[in-house]
Each structure stands twice: as C-alpha cells, then as structure tokens.
Design a protein around this ligand. Structure first.
Ligand code: SAM
Length: 222
C-alpha cells in the first residue's frame, strides 16, 4: 500500500493505545490496523484527525468508524485468511482495506452512490481489488457470492436482517449493531454476534453499547 511511511509514528501510537485498552487483542487485527494508512481515507484538510481514536464525518451525513470499533468488530468476526466476508456499508473504504489486509476475500456494499464512487477510486489508487465493491441495498445482502464465513454490518439495524442470516454458512458469524435509530441522547444499539450453529439455529452474544449511523434499505430503518 502506498504512503505507508507517512504518519507511521502516529499509526504505531494508535495501535499501541488500542492494545493497551485491551479492547483489541487479536494480533493480526492490530497488525492490519497498523498497516492501513487511515489518513488516505480522509480529505487532505482533515488528515490530522486520522490517528485519533474517533469517528469522523466523510460527507453525505456518514462517518468513518472509530479505529477501536473497526478493530473490535473485526476481532469479533474471528477471521482466518481465505475466508469469504461480506461488509455492509463500505463508507470510506477503510474497513474494507483492513479486511483485505487480513487476507480474506471481501464483498462490500454501499447504499450511497457518491460514497461508493469515492471509495472505489480510493481503493483502486491503493492497489486493492475493487471487483468486490457493489452499489446497492446491503440490508438484502449479496446473494451472488453467498454463503459467507462472516458478515459485518457497519451501520445500526433495527434487527438482524433476515437475508444476512440466510447468507451465512453453518459456522458463519454475523456482527451487527442492533437497536433504535441513534439520536443525540437517545438509546444506544447493542453490538451483537450471531453464529449460525445449524440450518435454523443461531447463538447470540452481546458486546456492549454503541452508536452507529442507521442502516437504510428494506431491512433497515425507514
Ligand atoms: N465501514 C465504513 C468505513 O470504513 O468507512 C464506515 C461505514 S459508516 C459508519 C456506515 C455506512 O453504511 C454509510 O456509508 C452508509 O451510507 C452505509 N449504509 C447505510 N445503509 C446501507 C445499506 N442498506 N446498504 C449499504 N450501505 C448502507
């Protein structure tokens, strides 16, 4: 990936902070966060914010997720190289780049055409494969490449989208924030992991409260 040397000190410091926090413990995930130049997912004027552990606006009313949240959600997926992963909500493309760095095969769907085109251009300039990027309603999944070993939703859903549950293989994991649409001072969402244990059975685990921008589309918030 180009420009890996710029801001390397800040990137290392961020990874050290995430390791110290104890939230992200998976070494391959920490290494991926240390390798992806997050500043290249920001407008140049805002680059100085890239290595703070904060979400940041990316335009169109959307955000690039906080690095600790990207790390924690990725860790929850329990990925092994070569696995098939579906991401819902490409946004800036940062999470997609982190997943590519982990050696998994990624499909990613974005609802917003402006963000989709920007992410496509940016990821292509970084030399990452863009055939897995799609414009559409990710709440319906991407059946063409199913079943998936893991599915990650990077926007808050009212409930686990049924199409995503169907597109997981047995043994596959869905990580999704679920709850009411986030409003200032409103109720948070629960970060859930649903593991498909059989054709019809899912184990459900909760990993704390988060506030994500809303998932739109058929199985999203209206
Ligand atoms: N993963 C992104 C990144 O690394 O920058 C951050 C994603 S942002 C928190 C959530 C994204 O989900 C937004 O870009 C939003 O447009 C997108 N989104 C919302 N509803 C969607 C849907 N039904 N299908 C696909 N993308 C959706």
């Amino acid at each position: 990936m180009p420009d890996t040397y710029r801001h390397r000190g800040q990137r290392r410091a961020l990874v050290a902070e995430l390791r110290r926090s104890g939230l992200v413990r998976d070494e391959p995930v920490l290494a991926a966060l240390g390798a992806v130049p997050r500043h290249l997912f920001f407008e140049p004027a805002f680059e100085a914010h890239a290595y703070q552990d904060k979400a940041f606006p990316i335009g169109e009313g959307q955000t690039i997720s906080q690095p600790s949240t990207v790390g924690f959600q990725t860790q929850l997926l329990g990925l092994r190289p070569g696995e098939r992963v579906l991401e819902i909500g490409t946004g800036s493309g940062y999470q997609y780049a982190v997943l590519c760095q982990l050696g998994v095969r990624v499909q990613s769907i974005e609802f917003n055409p402006v963000l989709f085109e920007r992410a496509q251009r940016r990821l292509s300039a970084l030399g990452l494969p863009t055939a897995g990027l799609h414009l559409g309603d990710g709440s319906l999944g991407w059946p063409a490449a199913a079943p998936y070993d893991a599915i990650l939703v990077t926007a808050g859903a009212p409930a686990p989208p049924p199409a995503l549950l169907r597109q997981l293989r047995v043994g596959g994991r869905l990580v999704v924030p679920v709850g009411p649409e986030a409003t200032p001072g409103g109720a948070p969402q629960q970060l859930l992991r649903l593991t498909r244990e059989s054709e019809k059975g899912f184990a459900r685990e909760a990993f704390g409260e988060y506030r994500f921008v809303p998932l739109r589309g058929e199985a999203g918030h209206v």
